[in-house]
Write a protein that binds this ligand. Structure first.
Ligand code: NFS
Ligand code: SF4
Length: 655
C-alpha cells in the first residue's frame, strides 16, 4: 500500500515535469541556498533603521541599530509567529461564532444546528442558561459569548477551566493565563515593535500566553462551534488520495480551512438541479473532494473524500480532471493560479479577506452561502466540456479506505462503551502497559522533505509497533490517511498490547482527529485523561508527546508553543526557528520545563524522533511508577491492592 502511495506523489511530480508545470519543489530548489540570517532568526526588519543582521560567527555586528541582540531578534520573531498562527486559527474561530449567531437568528438559511448535545455542553461551560429556553436562543447566546472571548476587557478565557486544576495553577503562577484572544494577538504585535519588550524570556512568556489563547481559545471555539453547526465527528469510512477524483465526473476540489464554505458546497451539490445539469453536460455526477484542513474537516464529519495534504495541492490540478478549485483562506499557494492555466481548471476565491490576483472571485457570505455554493458548482459543470481528455491523468489504484472521525467524545465512547463513555479503559491500558503512551502527530508537509518520503507514515508505523497510540490532525493526518494507516486492519503492524486494545475496541491504531484547529480536541482528551485518575495530576505527567515533522506555517509554531505550555513535550523536525540565538534556543528546549513542565525539541534527523518520543514516554512512565517490571517485587500490600483495583475494569470490560 505504501509503495503505491509513494508512487502517487512521485508519479505526479514526474507528470508535472513532463508537462512543464512548475511545482513547489522547483521553486524551493530555486530558493537554495536560503538566506542564512533568516534561517537562523538573525534578521530584523521591524523598523526602518534596519533591516539589521547579526553575524552568527561573531565577526560582524552583534547588535541591530537599536542595540537589540540575537536573543531579542529570535524571541520577537518567535512571538510574532506564535501571534500570527493564533490569529489565523482564531479569526477562523470568530467566523464560526458569527455563523452560529446568524444561524440561530435565522439569518443564515443554508445552515442549521446539528449537534444539540454539544451546544448544551458548551452552554454549560459558558454559563449560559439552558432550562426552558429554545435551542436557537441558547445557540445565539453561546455564539455571542464566544465572540466576547475575543475582546472582553477583563478576565481570562473561559475554556481554560477545562484544563486540570494543576495546569491552571501553573498558568496563573507563570502569569500566562490568556486574556481576550484579540488582546493577546494585539499585545504580541505591540511588544515586538522597535523599542518594545526586549527580554527574550519575557517575550517567550507572551508567546506562551498568545499560543494558549489559540489552543484553549480560538481553535477550541472553532472546533466546538463547528461541531454544533456541522456535527461532532464520529467514525466514518472515507477515501483519500488523488484517486478520489473520477474521470467521468465533474470534479470540484475545495481547498482551505473554514468548513462553512465546504459544508455549503456539499449541501448545494445535493440540489436536484445539480444532478440534472451534470448529466446534461455528459458527466456521471459531481465529485467534491477536499484539500488540506478543509479535507480533514469534511472527512472526519462526513467521510467526504480527501484529495490530499498541502504539498499535493498543485498535483490535484495537474490531474487535468479538476473542473474547478474553490478556496477560502490559509495554506493556499499563489502558484495555483499558474498551475491552473496549464489546464482547464477554474480557480475561485470566496472571501473578501483572501483574494488572489488572477482568480475569479465569488463572494461567499453566511446569508447567501447556498446560492454562492450553487453558482460555483454550476460554473464547474459548465467547465466540464472544456476538459482536455488527453491531459487527464489520475494516478489510479491508490485510494486507501480510511476510518476517520475520532473526536475526543468518540474516543471516550469507543473505549468506554455505550453505557459508560469514559477514559478509564485508556488510562487502565496505559497503566497496565498494553499501551505505552499516546502521541499526537500534527502539522504540515514540506518540500524540504523529498516527495514520497512519507515521514509521518514512517513515524506512525514505528510508534504503533511499539504500542504507542497515535492521534493525527492536519496534513500529518492527511499523509497517514493517504498512506493507508487509518484502517482497523492496520492492527497487524501494532505491538501486541496495542493490537489487543484496538481489536477489543475496533479502532485503528492511528486515529484521525481532524484539522489543525482540532488539536484542541487533543488538549481536552489529555485533560480528561488526567481527571480520570491514575496518571498524575497534570498533563505534564502523562506519558504523551506531540510531534510535527515538516512544519511550515506560523500556525504550527503556535500549536507547538501551546502544546508545550499545556505540559506536552513537543518535537519539531527539521530546523529550529530560533537556531541563531543560543540562549533563546536553550530557553525553549530546556528552561521552559522549569516553568511549565514541558519543553521543545528540534531534530533535523527525522529518523531519531521515534526514539526520542519513546524515551520520553518511558521516562514519564517511570516517574508515574507504572513501569512495574515483573522481577521488581518491592511493592507493599497497600500499593498492590491499589494497583489491582485500578487494573480491574480492563479485564472486566474488554477481554
Ligand atoms: Ni495546519 Fe491546515 Fe496543512 Fe500545515 Fe496548512 S493545511 S491548519 S498549517 S499545511 S497542517
Ligand atoms: Fe534593526 Fe532594531 Fe529596527 Fe530591528 S528594531 S530593524 S534590530 S533597529
Amino acid at each position: 500500500m505504501e509503495e503505491k502511495q509513494k508512487a502517487v506523489d512521485q508519479v505526479m511530480l514526474d507528470r508535472m515535469k513532463e508537462l512543464k508545470v512548475e511545482t513547489l519543489y522547483d521553486r524551493y530548489q530555486a530558493q537554495l541556498p536560503q538566506c542564512g540570517y533568516g534561517s537562523l532568526a538573525l534578521c530584523c526588519r521591524h523598523c526602518n533603521y534596519g533591516p539589521c543582521n547579526i553575524d552568527p560567527f561573531g565577526n560582524g555586528p552583534k547588535k541591530g541599530v537599536c542595540g537589540a541582540d540575537a536573543n531579542t531578534f529570535a524571541a520577537r520573531h518567535f512571538l510574532r509567529m506564535s501571534g500570527a498562527g493564533t490569529g489565523c486559527h482564531s479569526d477562523h474561530g470568530r467566523a464560526v461564532a458569527h455563523l452560529l449567531v446568524a444561524t440561530a437568528r435565522g439569518e443564515a438559511p443554508g445552515y442549521r444546528i446539528k449537534d444539540v448535545e454539544k451546544l448544551m455542553a458548551v452552554a454549560e461551560f459558558f454559563g449560559v442558561k439552558t432550562k426552558d429556553r429554545k435551542i436557537n436562543e441558547i445557540a445565539e447566546e453561546v455564539g455571542e459569548m464566544a465572540l466576547m472571548e475575543f475582546g472582553k476587557p477583563y478576565g481570562t478565557l473561559l475554556f481554560l477551566k477545562r484544563a486540570p486544576e494543576a495546569r491552571q495553577k501553573v498558568w496563573e503562577k507563570a502569569g500566562i493565563a490568556p486574556r481576550a484572544i484579540d488582546r493577546e494577538v494585539c499585545e504580541s504585535l505591540h511588544r515586538t515593535g522597535m523599542g518594545g519588550d526586549q527580554d527574550y524570556r519575557n517575550l517567550t512568556k507572551q508567546a506562551m500566553r498568545v499560543a494558549l489563547a489559540d489552543g484553549w481559545g480560538g481553535s477550541m471555539i472553532a472546533t466546538e462551534l463547528q461541531d454544533i453547526l456541522f456535527g461532532t465527528p464520529k467514525p466514518v469510512q472515507g477515501r483519500s488520495n488523488l484517486g478520489v477524483l473520477k474521470k467521468d465526473h465533474v470534479n470540484i476540489v475545495v481547498h482551505g480551512h473554514e468548513p462553512q464554505l465546504a459544508e455549503a458546497i456539499v449541501a448545494a451539490s445535493n440540489d436536484p438541479d445539480v444532478a440534472k445539469a451534470s448529466s446534461a453536460a455528459g458527466a456521471k455526477g459531481v465529485v467534491i473532494a477536499g484539500l488540506c484542513c478543509t479535507a480533514n474537516e469534511l472527512l472526519v464529519r462526513h467521510g467526504i473524500p480527501m484529495a490530499g495534504h498541502t504539498t499535493m495541492q498543485e498535483a490535484a490540478i495537474a490531474t487535468g480532471a479538476v473542473e474547478l478549485m474553490v478556496v477560502d483562506i490559509q495554506c493556499i499557494m499563489q502558484a495555483l493560479i499558474e498551475t491552473a492555466k496549464h489546464f482547464h481548471t477554474k480557480f475561485i476565491t470566496t472571501l473578501s479577506k483572501a483574494k488572489i490576483y488572477g482568480a475569479e472571485h465569488v463572494e461567499f457570505t453566511d446569508e447567501h452561502a447556498l446560492e454562492a455554493a450553487k453558482k460555483i458548482i454550476m460554473m464547474a459543470i459548465e467547465n466540464f466540456k472544456n476538459r482536455d481528455n488527453k491531459k487527464v491523468f489520475i494516478p489510479g489504484g491508490a485510494e486507501p479506505d480510511v476510518v476517520a472521525g475520532f473526536s475526543h467524545e468518540t474516543i471516550k465512547y469507543m473505549l468506554g462503551g455505550r453505557y459508560r463513555a469514559s477514559y478509564r479503559p485508556l488510562n487502565d491500558n496505559i497503566i497496565n502497559g498494553r499501551i505505552r503512551g499516546v502521541v499526537g502527530i500534527a502539522g504540515c508537509t514540506s518540500p524540504r522533505i523529498g516527495a514520497g518520503e512519507e515521514s509521518y507514515v514512517s513515524l506512525a508505523k514505528e510508534l504503533i509497533a511499539n504500542n504507542i497510540l497515535v492521534v493525527g490532525t492536519g496534513c500529518a493526518a492527511g499523509q497517514c490517511a493517504s498512506g493507508g494507516l487509518m484502517i482497523p486492519e492496520l492492527k497487524d503492524l501494532c505491538g501486541e498490547g496495542l493490537r489487543e486494545v484496538c481489536e477489543a475496541v475496533g479502532m485503528p491504531p492511528v486515529l484521525h482527529s481532524g484539522a489543525c484547529v482540532d488539536n484542541s480536541r487533543i488538549l481536552i482528551a489529555l485533560s480528561e485523561m488526567v481527571k480520570e485518575g491514575g496518571l498524575g495530576s497534570d498533563i505534564s505527567e502523562l506519558p504523551v508527546a506531540g510531534v510535527c515533522l515538516e512544519w511550515m506555517h506560523e500556525k504550527a509554531i503556535a500549536i507547538g508553543q501551546y502544546f508545550v505550555a499545556s505540559g506536552v513535550y513537543t518535537i519539531f523536525g527539521m530546523n529550529s526557528p530560533v537556531a541563531g540565538a543560543p540562549d533563546m534556543q536553550r530557553l525553549l528546549t530546556k528552561e521552559m520545563e522549569e516553568l511549565v513542565g514541558a519543553r521543545w525539541a528540534f531534530e533535523r534527523d527525522l529518523k531519531k524522533i521515534g526514539k526520542m518520543v519513546m524515551d520520553h514516554i518511558e521516562k514519564k512512565r517511570d516517574a508515574l511508577g507504572i513501569n512495574v517490571k515483573k522481577e521488581r517485587k518491592l511493592y507493599d500490600m497497600a500499593e498492590r491492592r491499589a494497583l489491582e483495583r485500578e487494573c480491574k475494569p480492563v479485564s472486566g470490560h474488554h477481554s
